[in-house]
Design a protein around this ligand. Structure first.
Ligand SMILES: NC(=O)c1ccc[n+]([C@@H]2O[C@H](COP(=O)([O-])OP(=O)(O)OC[C@H]3O[C@@H](n4cnc5c(N)ncnc54)[C@H](O)[C@@H]3O)[C@@H](O)[C@H]2O)c1
Ligand SMILES: CC(C)[C@H](C(=O)O)[C@@H](O)C(=O)O
Ligand SMILES: [Mg+2]
Length: 370
């Protein structure tokens, strides 16, 4: 298979985990006889420094001419004081909007082998396997007005939580379709006791649910959902929610795995062009130290291979290899403690590649004898 992949490393550890992803993809191309053509694009702080624009047109063109987009992370303290239009994060939001990446899938799976690094008890974590479906191109992030103003000497600021029916309908539909392939339960998270947008969200969720009688719909207020994720995460299968609620709940949910460095994501559009990125940011506190956990990025590569290229076997191989590496007691610094040596970013990528090669060899032996 021949595919073109746009690579947008971005800033901070985005660049380090992207190096790992490329390394992994090259080894997959070799093992499975695929051809991946990579084209790099600028985004975020680095793009501002080099071109004065957090999302140069050239980057957008590279993405549109590709079969999938892989992104690291953007942002960092260097640009924190920049005016709104020159923030690295603006580039990412514009890219999501331009490519209409409305459905952000953030799977959360608790691995038993690293459960000791989660603040939650092992019995609460056992079997946790949930999927956050975050609306990504509407809500508070994109509503207008969003501005500062001065009235009678007093400064004020406004952001707007806006959704139209169609935006809600398509994300809820996505959640129901995904739930059908899983444990057939959708928890729609909103703040319908206060927000009008949430009351409409709830109505639409009910309407969509009537088309999926085999899938259970539950409504939950977002403050309760934040608590339930810690108290009893196993109750969740698919969680569908507004853009900002999804942002916050997914960072919280990452601690069910033990680290934010574990969560991958896929941002899907109605076209065939999708984007894949880890949930975490540019982690300025560890950037450049070769200690970031590359697993979120490697699992995002797996999501890309599965969703964009239908390479199910290759995707499974990455996920299995990550599992094997953790089971063998190897971890990066975010998951390590005095009982575990801590691997560098590069060493972790090597371990996963080696485990894949071993699994591949075992698979070949098994198929040869079956
Ligand atoms: N998708 C993105 O590009 C994205 C996502 C989140 C934050 N950001 C940006 O990143 C910058 C830093 O934000 P932040 O510090 O609030 O969030 P962050 O996700 O960058 O980091 C939060 C904490 O988690 C740790 N961490 C994150 N990823 C890790 C990994 N792979 N391995 C080990 N530890 C990891 C960091 O060291 C830090 O202590 C900000 O500019 C923010 O806007 C970008
Ligand atoms: C960097 C920021 C704009 C982004 C978001 O809030 O969507 C990030 O936190 C994420 O989760 O992808
Ligand atoms: Mg976030």
């Amino acid at each position: 298979m021949k595919k073109k992949i746009a690579l947008l490393p971005g800033d901070g550890i985005g660049k380090e985990v992207m190096e790992g992803a490329v390394d992994l993809l090259k080894s997959i191309a070799e093992h499975y006889h695929h051809e991946f053509d990579f084209e790099y694009g600028l985004i975020g702080g680095g793009a501002i420094d080099q071109t004065g624009d957090p999302l140069p047109d050239e980057t957008l063109e590279i993405c549109k001419a590709s079969d999938a987009v892989l992104l690291g992370a953007v942002g960092g303290p260097k640009w924190d004081e920049n005016p709104a239009e020159l923030r690295p994060e603006k580039g990412l939001l514009k890219l999501r909007k331009e490519l209409d990446l409305y459905a952000n899938l953030r799977p959360v799976q608790a691995y038993e082998s690293i459960a000791d690094q989660s603040p939650l008890k092992a019995e609460i974590l056992e079997g946790v396997d949930l999927l956050i479906v975050r609306e990504l191109t509407g809500g508070l992030y994109f509503g207008k007005p969003s501005e500062r103003s001065h009235h009678n000497g007093e400064e004020s600021a406004v952001d707007t939580l806006f959704y139209n029916r169609n935006e809600i309908e398509r994300i809820i539909e996505t959640a129901f379709k995904l739930a059908r392939e899983r444990r057939k339960k959708v928890t729609s998270v909103d703040k319908a006791n206060v927000l009008e947008s949430s009351r409409m969200w709830r109505e639409v969720a009910e309407e969509v649910a009537s088309k999926y009688p085999d899938v259970e719909l539950q409504h939950m207020l977002v403050d309760n959902a934040a608590m339930q994720l810690i108290r009893s995460p196993k109750q969740f299968d698919v969680i569908v929610t507004e853009n900002m609620f999804g942002d916050i709940l997914s960072d919280e949910a990452s601690m069910l795995t033990g680290s934010l460095g574990m969560l991958p994501s896929a941002s899907l559009s109605e076209s065939s062009l999708h984007l894949y990125e880890p949930v975490h940011g540019s982690a300025p506190d560890i950037a450049g130290l070769n200690k970031a956990n590359p697993v979120a990025m490697m699992l995002s590569v797996a999501m890309m291979l599965r969703h964009s290229f239908s390479l199910e076997e290759e995707a499974n191989a990455i996920e299995l290899a990550v599992k094997h590496v953790f089971e063998s007691g190897k971890r990066t610094a975010d998951l390590a403690d005095k009982n575990h040596e801590s691997l560098t970013t590069k060493a972790m990528v090597e371990e996963v590649k080696e485990a894949m090669a071993d699994d591949h060899a075992i698979f070949n032996i098994m198929t040869a004898y079956s």
